[in-house]
Design a binder for this molecule. Structure first.
Ligand code: SPQ
Length: 426
């Protein structure tokens, strides 16, 4: 159980753990590459540890000590058939990206995860991979886990995805790397592009044109060292903490500012929050900066369209900030929230109402009225790391004490979250 109380202010210089999306990909691509990949700044969160465990089960030697990882890749076809089911834990990224990789392998593998994974839609990757020639089965005709994959020879496809999803795009591109001919993926809005950038870092040719990405089959990956920047999705909770606690100011160092992920920065600035990017640089094809964040009075705004994939994981904590902003905040075009670790429209609305917030769910988002005085509440993370952390931030803005039950979920993406907050609270 995590207990949260109002604090005078947050102050100091901090770093957040490594980027989750980049950490997963560094392990996966390292395992498939020829040679040894050294990773620094790896996120030792439960999700990325699930990815490591899956590759170890397929015979890849991986040493991990906190944020340092060595992956001894054996080339694309160096994986061995796993003797038991691969456990992806709570990680949607692991199961969806691995579906693309396993679709190319000359063996049979079964993947499953926790209760939340069992409810998340898989047909979005299963259908295009079947079109490429993979044999995949699962509950409800491949919509749900366990997924059983018998890989083999694939044919490249031109796929237009109905959703802007980096997991869908990545699964198809990874399968495409070993398919015959060319594979293209077009999405309605650009989703995060870490796969494209990191494949290039591993020596793969990737062509991009707007929302379309193309790869040619038959490409190998070459090992290389990877430095993972801090996760902007984790930094978002600290940014929000500064915005809801008057007098606060933080320098958050070494944060990834890939433009496909920086919707949170745009939104905070549009709401009137003071947030400056300092010391901008590029590390392993990924832009990085230090974020100087200063408490400001916020105002409500509209969030929709292209912006949504650029901040999809930050919507729970944006909703918390919106309760402390003057006026109305409207979030639209975010129906994808319904298929995350929980239905994040329903959970955000349900949990924020316990604090006394005025929030209305809509078909594709929510409407938040501000500025509302919140009162401390007992909250259930519902096993969703982002809900646990967002509600802890709401607790900082609330009078009295807030208790977050099932707070162990937070370690999925932000181990040390509670102690970091304590360290910077004055
Ligand atoms: O890995 P998982 O469980 O899907 O994690 C989440 C999260 O909140 O951490 C989503 F629930 O992030 C996804 C993100 O929403 C991570 C991700 C990636 O690394 O490719 C892409 C996004 O999902 P999607 O479905 O839009 O591709």
């Amino acid at each position: 159980m995590l207990r949260v109380k109002q604090t005078n202010k947050f102050e100091g210089t901090v770093r957040v753990p490594g980027d989750k999306s980049i950490s997963h990909r560094a392990v996966m691509f390292g395992a498939l590459a020829n040679g040894t990949t050294e990773i620094e700044g790896f996120l030792p969160g439960a999700d990325c540890l699930s990815t490591i465990a899956c590759f170890r089960s397929m015979g890849i030697e991986i040493e991990q000590q906190e944020d340092r990882v060595t992956v001894r890749g054996k080339g694309w076809y160096g994986l061995q058939e796993p003797v038991s089911r691969l456990d992806v834990g709570n990680s949607g990224t692991t199961i969806r990206l691995m579906s693309g990789i396993l679709a190319t392998q000359p063996f049979h593998a079964v993947m499953e995860g926790d209760e939340s994974i069992a409810k998340r839609p898989m047909r979005r990757v299963v259908a295009p991979l079947r079109q490429m020639g993979a044999k995949i089965d699962g509950r409800r005709e491949g919509e749900f886990t366990p997924l059983s994959i018998r890989g083999g020879e694939l044919q490249g496809i031109a796929y237009t995805s109905p959703v802007a999803s980096a997991q869908v795009k990545s699964a198809i591109l990874l399968a495409g790397l070993q398919a015959k001919g060319e594979t293209t993926v077009t999405e309605p809005h650009l989703s995060r592009d870490h796969t494209e950038r990191m494949l290039q870092a591993f020596g793969v040719r990737v062509e991009r044109d707007g929302c379309t990405v193309k790869v040619q089959g038959g490409q190998e990956l070459q090992a290389r060292s990877i430095q993972v920047p801090g996760d902007i999705s984790s930094a978002a909770f600290l940014i929000a903490a500064v915005m809801v606690v008057p007098g606060s100011s933080l320098l958050i160092e070494n944060v990834g500012i890939n433009p496909t992920r920086t919707g949170i920065i745009d939104v905070v600035q549009q709401m009137g929050g003071k947030l400056e990017l300092l010391n901008e640089r590029v590390v392993n094809e990924e832009p990085v900066a230090d974020l100087l964040v200063t408490h400001s009075e916020l105002k409500g705004i509209e969030i929709a369209g292209d912006l949504i994939p650029r901040l999809i994981d930050e919507i729970p904590v944006i909703a918390v900030m919106a309760t402390q902003a003057s006026g109305r905040t409207v979030i639209r075009d975010a129906e994808e929230l319904k298929v995350k670790e929980t239905d994040r429209i329903a959970t955000v609305v349900g949990q924020l109402r316990k604090f006394g917030a005025t929030v209305t769910p809509t078909e594709d988002g929510m409407i938040i009225e501000g500025k509302t005085a919140l009162s401390g509440a007992t909250i259930d993370s519902m096993g969703d790391h982002r809900i646990g952390m967002a509600m802890a931030i709401a607790g900082l803005a609330a009078s009295g004490e807030t208790v977050i039950e099932n707070d162990e979920a937070i370690a999925v993406s932000f181990p040390g979250f509670a102690s970091l907050l304590e360290q910077i609270s004055h």
